[in-house]
Ligand binder design. Structure first.
Ligand code: SF4
Length: 240
């Protein structure tokens, strides 16, 4: 990462903390397999529905080894509240069926704890239905690595502010994570998502409420008097 981008990330992080505070972290480190499955369930839905689906899956299958041989319909029924049930059920079953181990022990991802960030990303993204964003959430939220996952909100807000000029979230991820400023990935990621959900909306951003408006380079800022948003503070991955 170049020095200029590094400084920009620190500046944005400070502005976001002034507005939203330091986001609370999960009190314990979630199990990496739990975290990965919760992140798969969170694709294209909101945190509340994916959390419900995750809890229902855990109730239905208290041990992940039961998922391996379960009929797909049973998995789909357990997670249907999160949407895309067929696709997500197949991704979860395929993941669990292909983890190393034997039939007598529960499937686990604990072995990735010894791997480098690059090794983990490469290993996890080889599974069908697991992309860079999903894999990098395991790095940040379960393994507490200083890595910033990039979803649609992080990608949009950073491009509007002019911190990056990229065409897709994977390109944004690669640029900002080359040498991410130490110790701030969790607050930066979490607060940027909050900015994207509550203020920097994709259609009509509420720039009059934005803590980053002074430094933002977006040409189509909207300064009409937008009302204060309702905070959407429940963050799935800090509650797994
Ligand atoms: S000033 Fe407007 S466009 Fe820029 S980051 Fe803030 S809300 Fe988004």
């Amino acid at each position: 990462m170049d020095k200029e981008l590094n400084e920009k990330i620190i500046e944005i992080n400070n502005l976001l903390i002034e507005r939203f505070g330091i986001p609370p972290k999960n009190k314990r480190k979630p199990d990496p397999l739990d975290l990965l499955i919760a992140t798969i369930l969170s694709q294209n839905t909101n945190d509340k529905n994916s959390y419900k689906a995750f809890r229902q899956l855990k109730n239905e299958f208290p041990d992940y080894s039961l998922v391996k041989k379960a009929p797909l319909t049973k998995i789909k029924n357990a997670i249907k509240v999160a949407g895309l049930a067929e696709q997500k059920a197949k991704a979860i079953q395929n993941l669990i069926a292909n983890l190393p181990g034997n039939n007598s022990s529960s499937p686990t991802l604990n072995f990735i704890k010894k791997m480098s960030n690059e090794e983990i990303l490469s290993y996890l993204t080889n599974f069908k239905g697991i992309g860079v964003k999903t894999a990098s959430c395991v790095l940040l939220f379960s393994l507490r690595r200083n890595v910033c996952p990039v979803d649609t909100h992080v990608h949009r807000t950073l491009n509007r502010m002019g911190a990056v000029q990229t065409k897709n979230p994977v390109a944004t991820f690669e640029i900002i994570n080359k040498n991410f400023p130490e110790g701030i990935a969790h607050s930066f990621h979490t607060n940027l998502i909050r900015l994207g959900r509550e203020i920097c909306l994709s259609n009509r951003p509420k720039c009059n409420l934005c803590p980053c408006r002074r430094i933002c380079k977006f040409n189509e800022k909207n300064f009409s008097n937008s009302a204060e948003p309702q905070p959407k503070e429940f963050m799935l991955l800090d509650n797994v």
